[in-house]
Design a protein around this ligand. Structure first.
Ligand code: C2E
Ligand code: CA
Ligand code: CA
Length: 788
C-alpha cells in the first residue's frame, strides 16, 4: 500500500536509472541491490550501536522509558532486516531483479528512516546539552552514513535521508537557537548532497552496466562466430607481434601441416613455413608475394595475398589476409589475420577453365576457344590485312563406324583424326573439334584461296587413309567447306555460316569433296530456309494436292492402277513438283507427316473410282524409319474403308540397302494385310538382281532411262528382253515408265511388255479430271481428254 501504481511513483523508483530496456533495468537493479546487500550487516550494526548511544543519553533520566521503547523499535527493525539478509546471503547473486525488490528496499529505508526521524522530536528536546550533541551527531552520522550506504538505490537513499532530515528539522524547531538554525542548514545541505550524489552514482552504475551487458553480448557473438569458424572453415587464424614473430596460431594450421602449433611460435611470419624458391614461382605468384612483402614492410593491411609454400614436398598455395594491430597510442603492434589453403580451389578453377575451352576426348580446342581464335584472326585481318581461311570438316561415314563398331572405336577414330589434323597444321593455325564428327581449322596468313585449296586437298587425302583401330581398320573420308576471311568479312558468325554452306555443298556434291563458299550459296540457303518454313505450314494451309497418272494395259488401253503423285500449290511459286520439295522434306524430317497425309488422301480418292482400279503411293526410305508407318497405312485403310488389295506402295532399291531399319518386317506385314508392293525406278542406283530374290515384289517398274532409247539402242533392248523374261519367271508384273513416243510404245509391245505408264498415254492429272474420266464409257476418249 505504501506505493500506489501512479506514474510519479514509478519514475521515483527508477530514479537514476537511464535505461528504458526492461531486461537491462533488471540487470541494473540486481547490481544496485547487491551493492546495498553487501553493506546491510554493517548498516544494521551501526543502527544498533548508534541507537544504544542515544539510549545511553537518557539512561537514568525521566525519559528513560520513552528512549527504551524507541531503542527496542530500532533493534527490532535492525534484527528483522539482518535476519532477512542472512536468509538470502547464501544465494548466488541473481542476474536480474524485478522492481519489487526496489520497493522492498525503499520500504525498509522508510521504516528505519522514520524511526530515526521520530527520535528527533521524541528525544532531542528532552536531552541535556551533552545529550543533544550526541543525538545530533548520531542523526547526522545516520543521515550521511545510511544515505551513502543506500546511495546505489537513489529512492531508498532519498527516502531514508529525507525521513531522518525531517525528524532532525522538527526537533531543531522545537528548540530554537542559533546552533539549531545552523544545524538545520547543515541538514538541508547534507540531504541535498546525498540525493544528488546518489542519483549520479546510480547513473554511473547504469552506464557501466549498459556497457558491460553490450560488451558481453558482443563477446558472445564473436565467440559463436569464432567457434563456427574453427569448426567449419578450412581457414586458420594467426597473430604476430610487432617484429612479425608468430605469437598465436589456430590448431587448424597444425592439422594442415602436421607440425605442432609451438613450431610456429616465435618464428617470423614468412619463415615458419617453407616458402618456395623465388625462381620457381610463376610471374603471378612472384608478383603477389612481392606485394605481400611490401605491405609487411609498410605495416599496412593486406588481403588475399598468395604465398606459394612447400608442404610434404608438394607445392601448395596459401592465401593470407591481415590487419595491423595498434597500441593505444597508435603504434604498430603486430598483425592479426587469417590464412587459407587455396590449392584445390585454384586447381578446380584451372580445370574448369580448361574444360570450358578444350574438348576432353581429343584435347583439341572446343567451339568456345575456336570462336576466340576466330575473333583474333578477324582482329588481325582488320588491323594488318592478314587474310585467313576457315575450314569446316565433316567426317564421312563416321556414324557407321560408331554404330557398327561401338563408341570406344569411334572415340579412337576421332583421336586419330585429331592427330592427323594437328600434324597437318602449322603453329600459327588452329584446329578444333566443334562437336561430334565436326572439326574446324583456321589457316593463318592465307594470301590466295589456292593455298587453302591445296591444304584442303592434303587434309582430305590424309583422312582418306585407313585408321588403325583396336579390332580392325576403318576407312572414312571427309567433306570440307572453306570460307576465306578477307577484306569484306565482317564477323565470325557470317564466316562460320559461309564455311557451313560450302560444306553443305561439298557433301551434296558427293562426299569426300571440298568446296569454297560462293555468294550464290547464301541466297540459295535463304531460299531453302524460306521454302522449309513454307513447307512446314503447307499441310495446315491445305496447299498439297495429289495428281494421278494411269498405268495402262498396252493392248486394251484399260487402266488398272493410278499412281498418286504429289504437288504443292505454293502461294508465290505456283505449282511445285515433288523434286522441288520432297528431298527437302526428307532432309528436315517433314516427310513423315506429308507421307501420312498422302496415304490418307490417296485411299480417300480411290474410293471414288471403279472398284477394280488400284491406287499406287510412293514411299520414301525415310518413312520406313518411323515406327508408325505400318499403323499409318492400316489406319488409312480402316478410316477410309478402302480394301487393302486396292492399295499399292512403291519403294525404291535404296530402301533395301538401309540395314538399320526393319524394312523386311514392315513389307511382310503390309503384304500380309493385302497391300501390293512395287519396286520403283528399277535399273537406277544400286540395281542388283539379288533384290528381286530377297523380296518378292508384286510389280517392278522399269526406269524411264531404259525406256528412253528402247526404240534405237540394242543394249536397252537386250536388258528389257531380259527383264521381261525375269518378271515372267518370278511371276511379277512389269511396267515400263516414261513412255513418251509411239516408237517406244511399239518397241515395248514387240518385246512383250504388257503395261506402260507415260505422257504418251496420259500426264498426271488432278482428282476432278479423273472423276470426269470415269464418268464416260470410252476409256480411250477420256485418256485423250486427260492428256490434252
Ligand atoms: P516416280 O515415282 O518415278 O514417278 C514418276 C514420275 O515420272 C512423275 O514425276 C511423273 O510425272 C513422271 N513421268 C510420268 N510419265 C512421264 C513421261 O512420259 N516422261 C517424263 N519425262 N516424265 C514422266 P513427278 O510427279 O514429278 O514425281 C517425281 C518423283 O517424286 C516420283 O518419281 C516419286 O519418286 C516422287 N514422288 C511423287 N509423289 C510422291 C509422294 O507422294 N511421296 C513420295 N515419297 N515421293 C513422291
Ligand atoms: Ca513411283
Ligand atoms: Ca519411277
Amino acid at each position: 500500500m505504501l506505493f500506489s501504481h501512479s506514474k510519479s511513483m514509478e519514475s521515483f523508483l527508477k530514479l537514476g536509472m537511464a535505461s528504458t530496456d526492461e531486461v537491462l533495468s533488471g540487470k541494473i537493479r540486481a547490481e544496485q541491490i547487491s551493492t546495498v546487500m553487501s553493506y546491510t550487516p554493517w548498516m544494521m550494526l551501526a543502527n544498533v550501536i548508534n541507537a544504544s548511544a542515544v539510549f545511553a543519553v537518557f539512561y537514568d533520566s525521566p525519559y528513560q522509558m520513552r528512549a527504551l521503547i524507541w531503542v527496542v523499535c530500532v533493534f527490532a527493525i535492525s534484527i528483522l532486516v539482518a535476519h532477512r539478509w542472512f536468509k538470502v546471503r547464501k544465494k548466488s547473486k541473481p542476474k536480474s531483479i524485478s522492481i519489487k525488490a526496489i520497493k522492498h528496499a525503499v520500504t525498509n529505508a522508510a521504516l528505519l528512516g522514520t524511526v530515526w526521524g521520530v527520535s528527533g522530536p521524541l528525544l532531542y528536546p528532552y536531552a541535556s546539552a551533552d545529550g543533544k550533541l550526541v543525538i545530533i551527531c548520531v542523526l547526522a552520522g545516520m543521515l550521511c552514513g545510511s544515505g551513502f550506504a543506500l546511495s546505489t538505490v537513489p529512492p531508498a537513499a532519498i527516502t531514508f535521508a529525507g525521513a531522518v532530515a525531517i525528524g532532525t528539522v522538527v526537533a531543531l524547531t522545537m528548540t530554537p537557537s542559533l546552533a539549531s538554525f545552523l544545524i538545520f542548514l547543515m541538514a538541508i545541505i547534507y540531504i541535498g548532497i546525498i540525493a544528488n550524489s546518489s542519483v549520479s552514482l546510480s547513473r554511473l552504475l547504469t552506464a557501466r552496466m549498459t556497457a558491460e551487458v553490450t560488451s558481453q553480448e558482443q563477446r558472445d557473438v564473436i565467440g559463436l562466430l569464432l567457434n563456427d569458424f574453427t569448426e567449419n572453415a578450412s581457414d586458420w587464424l594467426w597473430v604476430v607481434d610487432r617484429k612479425l614473430k608468430v605469437t598465436q596460431v589456430s590448431a587448424r594450421l597444425s592439422a594442415l601441416t602436421g607440425l605442432p602449433a609451438n613450431h610456429y611460435i616465435g618464428k617470423h611470419l614468412l619463415r615458419g613455413v617453407p616458402v618456395i624458391n623465388a625462381e620457381t614461382m610463376s610471374d603471378e605468384e612472384a608478383g603477389s608475394f612481392h606485394d605481400l612483402k611490401q605491405c609487411l614492410r609498410k605495416r599496412t593491411h593486406f588481403k588475399d595475398a598468395v604465398i606459394p609454400v612447400i608442404l610434404n614436398g608438394q607445392k601448395r598455395l596459401w592465401s593470407v589476409s591481415a590487419k595491423p594491430v595498434l597500441t593505444d597510442s597508435g603504434d604498430f603492434n603486430g598483425y592479426r589475420g587469417v590464412g587459407r589453403d587455396l590449392t584445390e580451389e585454384l586447381e578446380a578453377k584451372a580445370r574448369n577453365a580448361y574444360l570450358a575451352r578444350y574438348d576432353t576426348l581429343t584435347e583439341l580446342p572446343n567451339r568456345v576457344l575456336f570462336r576466340t581464335d576466330l575473333e583474333l584472326a578477324l582482329a588481325r585481318l582488320h588491323r594488318s590485312g592478314e587474310q585467313f581461311a576457315v575450314l569446316l570438316i565433316d567426317l564421312d561415314h563416321f556414324k557407321m563406324v560408331n554404330d557398327t563398331q561401338g563408341h570406344p572405336e569411334g572415340d579412337l577414330l576421332l583421336k586419330g583424326v585429331a592427330k592427323r589434323l594437328l600434324s597437318a597444321i602449322r603453329d600459327v593455325d588452329t584446329v578444333a573439334r566443334l562437336g561430334g564428327d565436326e572439326f574446324a581449322i583456321i589457316l593463318a596468313g592465307i594470301d590466295r584461296p589456292h593455298d587453302a585449296a591445296r591444304f584442303a586437298e592434303r587434309v582430305r587425302n590424309d583422312l582418306a587413309l585407313p585408321f588403325e583401330l583396336t579390332a580392325s581398320d576403318a576407312v572414312i573420308g571427309a567433306s570440307i567447306g572453306i570460307a576465306i576471311g578477307s577484306k569484306g568479312s565482317v564477323d565470325a558468325d557470317t564466316l562460320l555460316r559461309h564455311a557451313d554452306l560450302a560444306l553443305y555443298r561439298a557433301k551434296n556434291d558427293g562426299r569426300g569433296m571440298f568446296h569454297f563458299f560462293e555468294p550464290e550459296m547464301d541466297a540459295e540457303a535463304r531460299k531453302r530456309h524460306q521454302l522449309e518454313a513454307d513447307l512446314r505450314s503447307s499441310l495446315v494451309k491445305e496447299e498439297l494436292e495429289l495428281y494421278f497418272q494411269p498405268l495402262v494395259n498396252i493392248d486394251t488401253k484399260a487402266v488398272n492402277t493410278f499412281e498418286a503423285l504429289i504437288r504443292w500449290n505454293h502461294p508465290k511459286l505456283g505449282r511445285l513438283n515433288p523434286a522441288d520439295f520432297i528431298p527437302l522434306a526428307e532432309e528436315v524430317g517433314l516427310i513423315q507427316s506429308i507421307g501420312a497425309w498422302v496415304i490418307q488422301q490417296a485411299c480417300r480418292e480411290a474410293l471414288n473410282w471403279p472398284s477394280h482400279i488400284r491406287v499406287a503411293v510412293n514411299l520414301s526410305p525415310a518413312q520406313f524409319r518411323s515406327p508408325s508407318l505400318f499403323t499409318q497405312i492400316q489406319n488409312a485403310l480402316e478410316d477410309t474403308g478402302l480394301p487393302a488389295n486396292r492399295l499399292e506402295i512403291e519403294v525404291t532399291e535404296s530402301l533395301l540397302l538401309d540395314a538399320s531399319t526393319n524394312v523386311d518386317a514392315i513389307l511382310s506385314a503390309l503384304r500380309h494385310l493385302g497391300v501390293r508392293i512395287s519396286l520403283d525406278d528399277f535399273g537406277t542406283g544400286y540395281s542388283s538382281l539379288s533384290y528381286l530374290q530377297k523380296f518378292k515384289f508384286d510389280k517392278i517398274k522399269i526406269d524411264r532411262s531404259f525406256v528412253n532409247d528402247i526404240d534405237t539402242e540394242p543394249g536397252s533392248q537386250a536388258i528389257m528382253d531380259c527383264l521381261i523374261r525375269l518378271a515372267e519367271d518370278l511371276h511379277m508384273s512389269l511396267v515400263a515408265e516414261g513412255v513418251e513416243t509411239e516408237a517406244q510404245l511399239k518397241s515395248l509391245k514387240a518385246r512383250g511388255c504388257l503395261e506402260i505408264q507415260g505422257f504418251l498415254i496420259a500426264r498426271p492429272c488432278d482428282a476432278a479430271s479423273l472423276v470426269r474420266f470415269f464418268d464416260t464409257t470410252d476409256p480411250q476418249t477420256i485418256i485423250t481428254a486427260a492428256v490434252s
